[in-house]
Design a protein around this ligand. Structure first.
Ligand SMILES: Cc1cc2nc3c(=O)[nH]c(=O)nc-3n(C[C@H](O)[C@H](O)[C@H](O)COP(=O)(O)O)c2cc1C
Length: 196
């Protein structure tokens, strides 16, 4: 089973990626395959509200030339999905928002393609706005009928400069625990599918 993590931070190797790495470590220890996709830093368009995805029903957004369709395909292929974003002015990054809006419309228009995939939001924050950002990502998961495992706190790591989250012991433990819970849930769902 494959877990895809989408890093919405333009800072490759920064705090969001470090947090994803901790979740991945716990998942890999349980035998899951992991893939990190670097969305942040790529040029993306926002949703044009054209409604073409509701007419075309081809699991794609009509806007081409940016990575959103590639990410949609990767999400469809994965069993577990992590979307990570740093807090930017108390919300997700532009790249993350473009993904939420466009993948959200495409996946819902095409019969809820992400339904019952296991999903988790991960947030890197210097000081404030983590829960708004966490909620913004979780609302995407929720309206797509995805299943969200919990952890010991809300999934955030505290740090400003790249690498600073390494000092947030509680945040790192939360990520490890999130990976364990995500893996546990994925295994249970797979067992349930196998007995049907
Ligand atoms: C444009 C911009 C806006 C930011 N806004 C906030 C904010 O509202 N609250 C906050 O705590 N940190 C804010 N930060 C700091 C980042 O969230 C923080 O440095 C985070 O750890 C970056 O994660 P990364 O290394 O994965 O990019 C902002 C940073 C940038 C560049």
């Amino acid at each position: 089973m494959r877990i895809l993590a989408i890093n919405g931070s333009p800072r490759k190797g920064g705090n969001s990626e470090i947090l994803i790495g901790k979740v991945f470590k716990a998942l890999e220890a349980q035998g899951f395959e992991t893939e990190l996709y670097q969305l942040g830093g790529q040029a993306v368009h926002g949703c044009r509200a054209c409604g073409a995805c509701k007419i075309n029903l081809d699991r794609r957004c009509v806007i081409t030339g940016d990575p959103i369709n590639e990410v949609i395909e990767k999400m469809i292929a994965a069993q577990g999905i992590i979307i990570a974003s740093p807090v930017y002015f108390s919300n997700v990054t532009t790249e993350t928002k473009a993904l939420i809006d466009r993948a959200g419309y495409v996946c819902r228009a095409n019969g809820y393609i992400l339904k019952r995939k296991v999903a988790a939001a991960v947030v890197a924050v210097r000081r404030a706005g983590a829960l708004v950002t966490f909620n913004a990502i979780n609302q995407f998961f929720h309206i797509n009928q995805m299943i969200i495992p919990g952890s010991t706190y809300w999934n955030l790591g505290i740090g400003g400069a790249p690498g600073e989250v390494e000092a947030d012991t509680e945040g790192l433990i939360n990520m490890e625990n999130l990976g364990e819970n995500m893996g546990w849930l994925l295994r249970k769902l797979a067992q349930d599918d196998a007995t049907r």
